[in-house]
Design a protein around this ligand. Sequence first.
Ligand code: 5GP
Ligand code: ZN
Length: 110
Amino acid sequence: MENCIFCKIIRKEMPADLKYESDTVVVFPDINPSADIHLLIVPKKHIGGIKDLNESHGLLLAEIFQVASKLAAENNLENGLYRVAVNAGKAQHVPHLHFHLLGGQWKKMI
Ligand code: 5GP
Ligand code: ZN
């Protein structure tokens, strides 16, 4: 996807402070955080949103939640307040599937 912001970050054409990278997933902080800890967990493959998911994405989704759990632990959130959220429809602003890991004090709704 030529002009997709998250594809550009994944291709390293745009800067981001990568907190995790595997063959299939990257994680970087949200540029406009809504909580003390606000990371975006993003599949490397361009998938528009949850409407584009099917059973072939099962392993990818499992990896995403494993990565969310690992990063929650690394950020000392495991026994605190945190959540993993996905926006869709008009609530989704970047049309490349991503999962928000939010922890600590909430500043605003994502
Ligand atoms: P959505 O509303 O699509 O669920 O969330 C998109 C998120 O991406 C927003 O929280 C927004 O702050 C973040 N975002 C948008 N552009 C960039 C960017 O260029 N870099 C980073 N790190 N985050 C971005
Ligand atoms: Zn993309």
